[in-house]
Design a binder for this molecule. Sequence first.
Ligand code: KG4
Ligand code: ZN
Length: 336
Amino acid sequence: SERELILAFESSCDETSVAVVENGVTILSNIIATQINSHKRFGGVVPEVASRHHVEQITDCINLALAEAKVSYADLTAVAVTYGPGLVGSLLIGVTAAKTVAYAHHLPLIPVNHMAGHIYAARFVKPLVYPLLALMVSGGHTELVMVTAPGEFAIIGETRDDAAGEAYDKIGRVLGITYPAGKEVDRLAHLGQDTFHFPRAMDGEANLDFSFSGLKSAFINTVHHADQIGETLDRNDLAASFQAAVVDVLVDKTMQALREHPVSQLVIAGGVAANQGLREAMTAALATQFPAVDVVIPPVRLTGDNAAMIGAAAHIELAKQHFADETLNAVPNLNF
Ligand code: KG4
Ligand code: ZN
């Protein structure tokens, strides 16, 4: 049919989201019910709290998504859902809701990998050209991924410890910033200078892997040491120094990956793709080192968790008729 409408679900972490996406590239609705205020006081996502919120929100999200898109169940082509990776209790709410809708309305059910969803948020910017390289940077993942063909992924580099977003959240806590801290650290970083010169772990090594736990420790030790001797450090400079270290490594490893794997597009995906410092540094590095490579970064409202990106990724699977049945289960540690 001409108009392929996918009702997509995302509930892997702390956002309950339902979207209607047309032909994989047009967002008709993208309802996102965030739980951040409920988790803030705990300094991170509490799985049990997250699951309860998903249960409470999901029906409203479905109704709002359909109403805003002005479509009914009868118009839908398929239902799609994130089945991993993520928190098992959170994933199960989306998976159960999607299975229920698919069964009740005789629709095919498309299982989607959350990370594939983040990468395919780039489809809302422009058509993708394969093979492409994706830098996937979120709260749970930091990976360099080759997308060799539609829906075909190969991890060529990954973090050996913390994810980039996780490092932002942990050092943010030391600066007294509530979870999730990335956006505020990014803002402070633009007001300061890289005066601390924190370590750039694994930079210049032959592999394409990352490590952020040493940087996190160096940051925390610096702040604690200053506390002990009664010295107050400049928060903006601390943020700028941390961000410079993260961004340097992300940019250098991405340039190294581009030397080893020629592509014409670079996609930056995941929550940390919202980072202004990263966007600026990557664009500048490409301009001098790979002027022919086109960088595709989704708008900030689509870099974080949302169901529209799941609809975009699901549309690729729809073409391949990759469907699941009612036995679909959540896979918390799903990989590509
Ligand atoms: O992709 P996402 O919404 O959820 C996961 O799948 O993990 O990513 C959330 C992460 C959080 O760690 C948050 O602090 C980080 O993305 N983040 C940022 C920025 N905005 C969000 N990190 C750095 N700079 C930002 N502007
Ligand atoms: Zn995510």
